[in-house]
Design a protein around this ligand. Structure first.
Ligand code: PMP
Length: 404
């Protein structure tokens, strides 16, 4: 059992009032709040060991480098990667996906297929469309059913020897659907396709094991997992990262540079050109340690409780439609009020101190599939409470009264 009040005390922002009301933060799928240990670790880095990494022989540079590599190992252990050099620091999920999609130009040609799903965030669609434009490959799309679940029979029908890579999310950001990625990975591998998992919405909520999953790539964002903005991780299997061409050229990613030819550094440096977000990378390790300290089993169980409670309470509102009712779902409730634009609902609940997101959530194809312009999305974290859900319900009822 989590001690929610003790956990909330770790998050200074949660004591704030917004529009004169206690802040209720239900926009966790956009970014999570940061615990004091993370905030302190950022300050500590800049106050005590700030230096560039991998460059100097001097003491501070060594300390910064060591801390950066310790963080990499923390993350390696957390996701159970076989090697630390399979863990690349990125600026976020978007960076990780673009790195892979860009490099896949080397493995994809006209006539090949690249597969995504109808449930993807734009950042797991557009880079693949760009890959298809560059190479002449075509994009295939796993369709959705009316609950917001991927249709596995259709996936299997679409899959063929032409499929070179399948890129799907672990959990949908707009609906909260948990996708059957184990099945997808296994079937894709059976036809020789690689698999990239967009784990942006999974990493904050559950523990995953990249070796057990056997995925080829797994990308997530630090800022959604209690870490700093501008940080992220791309896990890649060693054999893929060795084959994949570098994404960016520059300092630190080379072995030797001459005007005739440049040879590239070993992993992970081949993919880490330039000065990275050093403080961010180090502190992402702090954030992962913090989450593990709470425990992902406890986080998942509690968030499930919030989800069930939230669905039950919101469903009692006349004229409210839930968008996305998958059997396996986490931490996200998307809904609309009959005849009222989601933006208007969001504005009124904001006046009551409640932060929700409204719009298409960077998943326009999902909105198109449901025939809605957007939704109101409440997304939960382990520091939210049932009382906050009650406040949301009151605010939504008020919005309905005011706008009907
Ligand atoms: N994929 C999913 C499922 C997401 O929810 C997000 C962020 N909303 C992203 C990708 C992109 O993440 P970032 O903006 O941190 O790069």
């Amino acid at each position: 059992m989590l001690d929610i009040q003790a956990i909330r005390a770790n998050f200074p922002i949660l004591t704030q009032t917004v529009n004169g009301k206690p802040l209720v933060y239900f926009d966790n799928a956009a970014t999570s709040q940061k615990p004091q240990v993370v905030i302190d670790a950022i300050s500590n880095y800049y106050s005590t060991i700030n230096a560039n990494i991998h460059r100097g022989v001097h003491a501070l540079s060594q300390l910064a480098t060591d801390a950066y590599e310790v963080s990499r190992q923390t993350i390696q252990k957390h996701i159970n990667a076989k090697h630390a050099h399979e863990v690349l620091f990125t600026s976020g999920t978007t960076h990780g996906i673009n790195l892979v999609a860009s490099g896949f130009s080397a493995f994809v040609k006209a006539g090949d297929e690249v597969m995504v799903s109808a449930l993807e965030h734009h950042s797991n669609i557009v880079p693949w469309q760009m890959l298809c434009e560059r190479t002449g490959a075509s994009l295939t799309v796993i369709p959705l059913n009316d609950k917001g679940e991927l249709i596995m029979e259709e996936f299997e029908k679409l899959l063929s020897e032409k499929t070179k890579i399948v890129a799907v999310n672990h959990i949908s950001n707009s609906l909260g659907t948990i996708n059957p990625i184990e099945f997808i990975i296994q079937k894709a591998h059976a036809v020789g396709a690689a698999v990239l998992i967009d784990g942006a919405q999974a990493a904050p909520h559950l523990k995953f094991d990249v070796q057990a999953l056997d995925c080829d790539f797994y990308a997530f964002s630090g800022h959604k997992t209690c870490g700093p903005t501008g940080t992220g991780i791309l896990y890649g299997k060693e054999e893929w990262l060795n084959k994949l061409p570098p994404y960016q050229g520059g300092g630190e990613m080379i072995k030797e540079v001459t005007f005739a030819k440049t040879t590239y550094a070993d992993l992970p440096h081949k993919f880490e050109a330039g000065t990275p977000h050093i403080a961010g990378g180090i502190v992402l390790g702090t954030a992962i340690d913090y989450l593990n300290g709470i425990g992902f089993d406890a986080i998942q169980a509690y968030e499930q409780e919030l989800l069930v409670y939230g669905i039950q309470k919101l469903q009692e509102i006349d004229g409210l439609t839930l968008i996305g009712t998958a059997a396996h779902k986490t931490s996200v409730i998307s809904f609309n009020l009959q005849g009222i634009h989601p933006y208007d609902v969001g504005s009124i609940v904001d006046k009551m101190g409640i932060a929700v997101r409204t719009g298409h959530h960077c998943t326009q194809p999902v909105m198109d599939a449901f025939g809605v312009p957007g939704t109101v999305r409440a997304s939960f974290a382990f520091y939210n409470t049932k009382e906050e859900i009650d406040a949301l319900v009151t605010a939504v009822l008020k919005a309905q009264r005011m706008l009907s």
